[in-house]
Design a protein around this ligand. Sequence first.
Ligand SMILES: Cc1cc2nc3c(=O)[nH]c(=O)nc-3n(C[C@H](O)[C@H](O)[C@H](O)COP(=O)(O)OP(=O)(O)OC[C@H]3O[C@@H](n4cnc5c(N)ncnc54)[C@H](O)[C@@H]3O)c2cc1C
Length: 616
Amino acid sequence: MAGGADAARLGPGERAAALAALAGTEYQVLVVGGGVVGAGVALDAAARGLSVGLVEARDFASGTSSRSSKLIHGGLRYLEQRNFGLVREALTERALLLERIAPHLVRPVSFLFPLTHHGWERAYIGAGVSLYDLLGRSLGQVRGLPGHRQLSRRGALRLAPALKRSAFTGAIRYWDAQVDDARYVINLVRTAAGYGARAVSRTEVTGFLREGERVTGVRAVDLETGAGLEIRAQQVVNATGVWTDEIQAMVGGRGVINVRASKGVHLVVPRDRIHSSTGIVVRTPASVLFVVPWGRHWIVGTTDTDWSLDKAHPAATRADIDYVLGQVNRVLAVALTRDDVAGVYAGLRPLLSGESDLTSKLSREHTVAHPVPGLVMIAGGKYTTYRLMARDAVDAVAHGLDGRVPPSCTDAVPLAGAAGYPALWNARYRLARSSGLHVARIEHLLRRYGSMTGEILDLVASEPGLGRPLAAADDYLRAEIVYAASHEGARHLDDVLSRRTHISIETWDRGLSAATETAGLLAGPLGWNSCHVDREIGYYRARIDAERASQDAEDDQAADAIRLEAPDIVPVVGQAGPPGGAGGREASAPQAMPSAGGLGGREASPPQASADMAPG
Ligand SMILES: Cc1cc2nc3c(=O)[nH]c(=O)nc-3n(C[C@H](O)[C@H](O)[C@H](O)COP(=O)(O)OP(=O)(O)OC[C@H]3O[C@@H](n4cnc5c(N)ncnc54)[C@H](O)[C@@H]3O)c2cc1C
């Protein structure tokens, strides 16, 4: 990275070294939570020269930060709520991410806003979008983001022939940006690690170390081995999103931040089901619904309903899916049906509550709190403004540290893969010729790895078989799977099928036919034997079966119960066994566990789907 650190490699060896370092050193800052906010805090603090640790209980980005609408936006509807400051702030971030921080991962996307009334609506929406464009230029004109355009019905149909003629009178086309949310987080973590942060996934914080009232670190469990560890830190930052209450309970006393979870469900449908060259926004009774281009697919969503059940696996119901289909079908000439849906995912918004009973009206702004000395809590906000949240959290940390801490500089820190990206993009035909890969494949790699694409090409050069696409998910090269484990912190099959790639939502069978080849490729870098490979596949299959069944359930309670029948391959401490079994979700007792076989006595029953599975 020009002017910065190199992107760190996050393989199994690096994880072991990071765990050893975390247990043996006092850090200035320890971040709890490896979503976009926690990873952002780690980078902000490391780039200020502080010593930083980061612990994530599951996989990086496995919470809300891989389940968003994947938009980097100001939020047109916040203009309607007259929240101009919030919109301007978010649009300034959009410009920074597009131009400087992550041009390889964030890119422009256009939306068509169909109008349903003549006259006043065009003027009203047009004024809003003009203001949106204006607020978006606080850093000057952004490449690839032209101003909005007013379109007649005929003009709109030319761009989006899929629209139903009778459903609209004309349209406005405007521009925003989109991101691969899960990959962005792993790039953030790698960038932070490049600046010296020690980051580990599958390590759950189970309690705090205290000196009187002061927090002096955390107790944690390496969930892969069951080993307990204590990590000392001058300041702990809690960035656990919808899990904030659980962390507050560990501190004791009344929580200072009130976070409420609101479920949002998205559907993934193949590109050919909606004939359009632009994204579409549809007004809904409560909010808006986006149709976002996503490679060979569209992402359609979302819903907005209260959720108080399992936070790690929010489940979509039949009603959620029907709602999304019903809303999008209002504007489509050929209605989508459930048969058109290739993938479904659900996420939980961490909303700061207290303003209204309607979650769609709650504030998207963030809060930083300092409930006891040594602990900073950060919550709320949205993906787009993660960098500002991180900056504010580290500013609060700085008050509690001895000595002067420099101001945040992340507005000038490109993420791993960003430096030199435009020039590499221009050189893509040459790269295609020299690597023997098709230029479309090189473009795909550049958009996922930026200037680290060379590391994938090196893998292919050393083992040409890795240059072949996966048989059952041919958007991805076999080399990308190996790289996910050796460089990107992936530890399980699900990490790769759901977050390093998106095979789990982009294929009709949700990644099941790609599972065997993928697990086989992971076996090398992760040191798995054939029993372990089978075990990974069995757990993944059980997850997909449970998810599919839950999507036929009528309500949240039923869907949640069905989804939880598939245990996690690495259950967190508070989720020791399958529902109904001893322990259950409420179990506490953060004990150090024996390391035999990885999970000791806590291992959840293996799923029935894999009768031939042996203990891993
Ligand atoms: C449906 C939906 C659509 C959205 N769309 C957009 C959008 O288009 N644009 C936008 O800007 N924003 C969007 N958002 C909001 C955005 O996604 C979130 O604000 C953001 O991802 C929250 O990040 P986070 O890091 O706070 O939380 P998370 O990503 O949930 O991270 C918290 C992490 O803490 C970990 N953790 C919890 N407990 C512990 C523990 N004890 N020990 C260690 N780790 C722990 C969790 O495993 C988790 O990984 C959307 C949200 C949803 C739900």
